[in-house]
Design a protein around this ligand. Structure first.
Ligand SMILES: *[C@@H]1O[C@H](CO)[C@@H](O)[C@H](O)[C@H]1NC(C)=O
Ligand SMILES: *[C@@H]1O[C@H](CO)[C@@H](O)[C@H](O)[C@H]1NC(C)=O
Ligand SMILES: *[C@@H]1O[C@H](CO)[C@@H](O)[C@H](O)[C@H]1NC(C)=O
Ligand SMILES: *[C@@H]1O[C@H](CO)[C@@H](O)[C@H](O)[C@H]1NC(C)=O
Ligand SMILES: *[C@@H]1O[C@H](CO)[C@@H](O)[C@H](O)[C@H]1NC(C)=O
Length: 237
């Protein structure tokens, strides 16, 4: 009798162990979404392999207690091809716990997302050194347009942002858009949907005073980094 109880305790412990192991490590839907992204990259990342723990992959960071992906570094992942990239945030739907996303050094010219998509845990977004060069294109990458505009819609100076739309990144606090060309771009209008934005970095973006003329409309902003722009104190007037 005593022996029997002991062995059933072991069975329960074994089952618990198996269940716990499945909770640890990478979640299946996140691993599948990463593999789908990998298929888009210029050179697929060799260690992103099916049936391995995606929390161990390079450029992926998980919360060790939940196993959810919390940070993704996809800088230069699509390669610096001549062709402009039209980023589709719908491919990020699985990453509901994502806190930090690095998309720097990709030829992103505009972005799309399916209607209703929210990445509400995202706090840090890096869009530096991309091909974003007009307000409507910037807005598409911080709000996620639900329609399917063609890339030609985003030709420089032609597009104006649509007013008042709320961002899919309602909790975004830190945005880096350095090393893009925002000459004569009304960057403030493009960012008004970001109601939690605290820190904005616009280093070396060929800013003109019109680009940031209305920057004080970004009510939550605390840190504005404007190095390497030919601006002078006249912007304060
Ligand atoms: C991991 O997730 C848990 C549960 O959501 C949370 O309490 C914890 O702060 C997270 N850890 C880190 C390092 O973010
Ligand atoms: C974005 O991807 C989703 C899911 O694959 C697709 O349904 C949608 O049509 C795509 N949107 C655009 C604008 O390509
Ligand atoms: C903005 O573009 C105009 C026209 O191409 C040019 O004359 C001006 O020098 C540019 N300004 C900056 C700050 O790059
Ligand atoms: C600033 O905002 C006002 C009111 O929304 C608008 O009329 C004006 O064109 C904006 N100025 C610049 C330089 O973007
Ligand atoms: C500041 O920049 C404006 C616009 O580029 C220019 O007209 C003005 O002369 C500059 N002022 C000083 C003090 O450099």
């Amino acid at each position: 009798m005593k022996m029997k109880m002991k062995s059933s305790v072991w069975v329960i412990l074994f089952i618990l162990g198996v269940l716990l192991c499945e909770c640890e490590g990478c979640w299946k839907q996140e691993s599948e979404a990463l593999l789908a992204l990998n298929a888009q990259f210029a050179s697929p990342l060799p260690d992103w392999e099916d049936n391995t723990d995606c929390c161990q992959w390079v450029r992926v960071q998980c919360n060790i207690s939940t196993g959810r992906v919390v940070a993704l570094d996809l800088s230069a992942a699509w390669g610096n091809r001549d062709q402009n990239l039209y980023l589709n945030y719908s491919h990020f739907q699985a990453f509901q716990h994502l806190n930090s996303l690095n998309l720097a050094n990709n030829n992103i010219a505009a972005c799309a997302a399916n209607q209703g998509l929210m990445l509400s845990n995202l706090q840090v977004l890096d869009l530096s050194s991309t091909s974003l060069d007009n307000a409507a294109a910037v807005q598409s990458c911080v709000n996620g347009f639900s329609t399917s505009p063609s890339l030609s819609t985003y030709h420089r100076f032609n597009a104006t942002p649509s007013p008042g739309s709320q961002s899919m990144f309602i909790n975004l606090e830190v945005l880096d858009m350095s090393f893009n060309n925002f000459n004569e771009t009304d960057i403030t209008s493009a960012l008004t949907g970001l109601s939690s934005l605290r820190s904005l970095k616009l280093e070396s973006t060929q800013l003109t005073s019109g680009s940031i003329h209305n920057i004080s409309k970004l009510r939550s902003l605390e840190i504005l980094y404007l190095a390497e722009n030919g601006l002078n104190e006249s912007i304060l007037c």
